[in-house]
Ligand binder design. Structure first.
Ligand SMILES: NC(=O)c1ccc[n+]([C@@H]2O[C@H](COP(=O)([O-])OP(=O)(O)OC[C@H]3O[C@@H](n4cnc5c(N)ncnc54)[C@H](O)[C@@H]3O)[C@@H](O)[C@H]2O)c1
Length: 323
């Protein structure tokens, strides 16, 4: 039995991960430490709230007292999902992003070192590497230099440096992963796929940044969870792993797919000024995790997107209160 601390487990990816892990690892226990910001939602975990192998603690990862107290509950493994995660919000309030994403991570690292955990896994993003031109043949590799261009990306890159510093300086047993853009159930309707879906379900138009040819690499959150499982079980300490599918779609393509799905005309596209520092494209080279840990994404983009749309269609009681 392993006692795992998941931080940010009331958010999109963290809650999917908790469901995944409890289902596939019936011997393990999970403690979920989450501050319940606007993005944290205990409804994501309602079906397991009485599960004896799961416990929720409300608290800030940047509060050393709460973090150390939580760690004393027999924690052996820490997986850090907690973060401010929305680029648009970071432009308005960058300080909060550095407090949570950088200092919060450092607070967890310090407490993990003190507790002598067996593993600290940090969830990072493809966005730390900066952006690619739309026609570039390049894909980012794990050890490429970071070149973040927005406050969110800079805060995530800084956290990565802190994680590796704790490995090299203090020998904390860390692993780290950079994932591409996730989609799936329980994603807050500020992110593009749930935003567009919930808008169309309410017969509203789609706000597209003017640079709508900008592309993202898409992964279903279940494939992300399986990749994390592979890293946690077989990953090498001190290593970073890219997690991507190679499937790129522009925002324009996502909008077109959803409009066709809901039988809406192109006049539902509403072009708005670009976000400041809007990155054009990120693409990960995920050869390392595929070849060394034998991971492969399983969910095709169109299948996963249709399943996700169906989930939002069936779960308006989940998203309507969040709008
Ligand atoms: N969503 C993506 O496409 C994507 C891609 C790559 C990496 N990531 C990373 O994955 C992680 C999870 O992303 P997500 O999309 O699930 O984010 P999310 O915004 O849905 O969830 C973040 C969670 O962290 C919690 N949180 C925020 N500040 C906290 C604090 N100070 N202390 C404790 N809890 C706090 C929130 O309450 C929320 O439950 C983040 O680290 C993000 O940077 C996300």
């Amino acid at each position: 039995m392993t006692k795992i601390l998941v931080t940010g487990g009331a958010g999109f990816i963290g809650s999917n991960f908790i469901h995944y892990w409890l289902k596939h690892h019936p011997e393990d226990e999970i403690l979920n430490l989450d501050a319940l910001t606007y993005a944290g939602n205990l409804e994501n975990l309602r079906s397991i709230q009485n599960n004896k192998r799961y416990k929720f603690i409300q608290g800030d990862i940047n509060d050393p007292k709460i973090v150390e107290k939580t760690m004393q509950k027999g924690i052996e493994v820490v997986i850090n999902f907690a973060a401010e995660s929305h680029n648009d919000r970071a432009i308005v309030n960058p300080r909060l992003f550095f407090e949570t994403n950088v200092l919060g991570t450092q607070t967890l690292l310090a407490a993990s070192l003190k507790k002598k955990v067996k593993r600290f896994h940090h969830i990072s993003t493809c966005e730390v590497f900066g952006d690619l031109t739309l026609d570039s043949a390049y894909a980012f590799k794990e050890n490429d230099p970071f070149s973040p261009r927005t406050p969110y990306n800079a805060s995530k890159a800084s956290a990565n440096h802190a994680v590796m510093a704790y490995y090299h300086t203090y020998g904390l047993p860390v692993t780290l992963s950079h994932c591409s853009n996730n989609y799936g159930p329980y994603q807050f309707p500020e992110k593009i796929i749930p935003l567009f879906t919930t808008n169309l379900l309410r017969d509203k138009t789609l706000p597209l940044f003017k640079s709508s040819q900008n592309k993202r690499e898409w992964i279903h959150v279940d494939d992300h969870c399986q990749a994390l499982e592979a890293i946690l079980l077989k990953g090498k300490l001190g290593q970073a792993y890219n997690i991507g599918t190679g499937v790129e779609k522009s925002i324009e393509e996502i909008a077109n797919f959803l409009l066709a799905y809901f039988h809406k005309p192109v006049s539902y596209k509403n072009y708005i000024p670009d976000r400041l520092g809007h990155d054009r494209r990120y693409l990960l080279d995920s050869t390392k995790i595929k070849e060394t840990l034998n991971w492969q994404p399983k969910i095709g983009f169109e299948t996963g997107l249709k399943q996700t749309i169906a989930w939002y269609q069936e779960n308006s009681a989940w998203w309507a209160p969040l709008l």
